[in-house]
Design a protein around this ligand. Sequence first.
Ligand code: CO8
Length: 272
Amino acid sequence: AANYAHVLVSRPQPAVALVQLNRPKALNALSAAHFKDITDALVEADADDSVGAMVLTGSDKAFAAGADILEMKDKTFADAFTNNFLANWEIITKLRKPLIAAVSGYALGGGCELALMCDIILASPTARFSQPEISIGVIPGGGGSQRLTRIVGKSRAMELCLTGRMFDAYEAERWGVVSRVVDGADGAKKEGGTESISPVVKEAVDMAATIASKGRVAAIACKEVINASFEMPLTEGLRYERRLFQSLFATHDQKEGMAAFAEKRKPNFTNS
Ligand code: CO8
């Protein structure tokens, strides 16, 4: 893997890439250079045949405290418009392999939006989310008004984006923003060696390993159809699902998966 100034990339399991935001002095505020490292590292992992799923995380204190306010405060409209400020955020939503966010601490503004771009969010009990842009004279710019609204509904999205108030891990779980809060109690032990891994990151890595152990073609197709449900009317979405389902009968992994069930053994997927 390439070396990045603002992210750490590791392989906690053979088929899992872990990308960790690493700009601790600014609580992982997303400067342009930081964001480029994040997307480059994820694109690199997405293209790596040995990777089946990816995990994105920050530190215990902050997943990411938003766009870098100091960097953008003097930006002009002409500059933001001409250079299509924030358009490169779409790179993350084009990744094909499943991406899990493991969120501890602050996930604010662009940090919340970054988590919302991932396929699954796991939160530690310390997670704090918000769309605080209204408090600095702007509005969400990385999908907060769109993705968050689709998940939590209009009234809550209005409240959150108009007041900027923080919501915690348990509210996020109740509303379906995160799939689960991972409590530290049963996994609080620090792993040996120099690297310690928090319970939520460990859970995300284990989940990514589980996903990576399935047939790759089916996993990518599964992510694609679920994401399509946000873009398509139901009839079209159902047709798209059925067509992709049918097409998987052309794969080795379908033959292997169903044969293994019939023979009462574990499948040996070859991602083909
Ligand atoms: N940008 C730049 N620097 C930041 C940011 C930020 N968003 N957040 C924290 N920092 C820096 C602080 O300036 C400080 O630096 P220094 O030590 O040099 O003074 C350091 O991180 C530590 O921060 P604090 O001293 O403030 O730490 P506290 O524990 O007192 O407070 C908070 C933590 C509550 C997270 C506080 O720092 C805060 O409110 N930060 C700003 C949160 C915010 O408003 N985020 C939204 C930004 S706007 C946005 O994201 C628009 C999204 C557009 C789409 C996505 C584009 C990337």
